[in-house]
Design a binder for this molecule. Structure first.
Ligand SMILES: NC(=O)c1ccc[n+]([C@@H]2O[C@H](COP(=O)([O-])OP(=O)(O)OC[C@H]3O[C@@H](n4cnc5c(N)ncnc54)[C@H](O)[C@@H]3O)[C@@H](O)[C@H]2O)c1
Length: 338
């Protein structure tokens, strides 16, 4: 049994706490959040202890591993603190918004990086994972093009956007990791940002973007993002090769289709947002982490995968700002081997 503390009792912390509580190989022991009674409320739902003080997490002898779901600027100090206290870590994306801080983190825990997994949950989505496995198996031949569409139903609050690090580091970073997962080393990044909503222009951010990535093998990934989508949470992916394509379509709650004189094959709405669409991915991500902790082996995606995705997000931000194609050195985003 792996005994777990969840750090941060907000949106994603609540998902992780519930996922841990349901998992047969894990026990939720502690929830930590300094804000009001957030920790108490989440802990009470799952029969765990609560604290407002991170030192209690580091000092807890009945905690083997932590899941960090606090705001991004706290991730690095909490990774370093947790690893220093002998805990394994599953940390939410992104590791940090600043590459220098990520490098400080890697340096601070040198020799212990294998104890840290980064929460790029989409690698564990069964649909995307199946496409990945079938591409690797050679079913469509060498991958030539990958197209990822990722649109949120509605923009986050302005206060969130203001500290998010921009669309590429906050939102596109999931897709940049997925692109690396499929394509391996990326050598070139171009991006165009769109300011369709004046609120984003006021924050010097974009609310939509198209990013193009070229791999060392010459395959091209296109990532299409928007902070709004009238049709709901739009999460699609297509892998294309010389012998065919593999496609992930949007998920609906059931497979029922309605046809009438007015329309044909109408389905229900897409699953509402990430909590619903990726529920299974969070659970499989946790299983991977727990197995790694139990067996004392490295979990993937790694801290280096987290760094590589941020390198790509920084390059996309630069390209969108300057209009240039950003060329990357051969070691910047090399594929993780695990
Ligand atoms: N993988 C995913 O699908 C996914 C989805 C959402 C968010 N995230 C990431 O998770 C992180 C949190 O996002 P969120 O949307 O849950 O934010 P949130 O604001 O809903 O929750 C963050 C929580 O952390 C708490 N907190 C603040 N300071 C803390 C501290 N010192 N120690 C412990 N807790 C502290 C806050 O009080 C809040 O309850 C971000 O890094 C975000 O990028 C990932």
């Amino acid at each position: 049994m792996v005994r777990i503390a969840v750090i941060g009792a907000g949106r994603i912390g609540a998902v992780h706490a519930a996922t841990v509580a349901r998992h047969p190989g894990a026990e939720l022991r502690l929830v930590c959040d300094p804000a009001g009674d957030a920790a108490e409320r989440l802990a009470a739902e799952h029969g765990a202890r609560a604290t407002r003080d991170i030192a209690d997490v580091y000092g807890a002898e009945d905690v083997d591993a932590v899941i960090i779901g606090s705001p991004t600027p706290l991730h690095v100090e909490q990774i370093i603190g947790s690893v220093g206290a002998g805990k394994a870590v599953l940390c939410e994306k992104p590791v940090d918004l600043d590459l220098g801080r990520v490098d400080e983190c890697i340096a601070a825990i040198t020799g212990q990086e294998h104890r840290v997994m980064i929460g790029f949950n989409r690698r564990f989505d069964p649909t995307f994972a199946e496409i990945h496995a079938r591409v690797r198996h050679g079913e469509i031949g060498p991958l030539e093009q990958l197209t990822i569409v990722s649109r949120d139903p509605a923009p986050p609050p302005t206060e969130y956007v203001a500290v998010s690090g921009g669309i590429f580091r906050d939102m596109t970073i999931h897709d940049l990791d997925t692109a690396r997962f499929f394509l391996g080393e990326i050598v070139e990044v171009s991006a165009v940002g769109q300011r369709l909503d004046p609120a984003f222009a006021d924050l010097a951010d974009y609310d939509a973007a198209v990013t193009t990535l070229v791999s060392a093998d010459g395959a091209v990934a296109t990532v299409v993002n928007s902070r709004h989508c009238a049709t709901g949470y739009d999460q699609r992916l297509e892998a294309f090769g010389p012998r065919g394509s593999l496609e992930a379509v949007n998920h609906t709650a059931t497979a029922v289709r309605h046809s009438s004189a007015a329309h044909s094959s109408a389905a229900g709405p897409y699953l509402n947002f990430f909590l619903q669409r990726y529920a299974e991915a969070y659970s499989l991500e946790l299983s991977h982490f727990i197995d790694a902790v139990r067996e004392g082996r490295p979990a993937s995606p790694t801290l280096h995968d987290g760094r590589a995705a941020l390198v790509l997000a920084d390059a996309a931000t630069r390209s969108a700002t300057t209009g240039e194609r950003v060329l990357l050195s051969s070691t910047a985003t090399t594929r993780s081997h695990s």
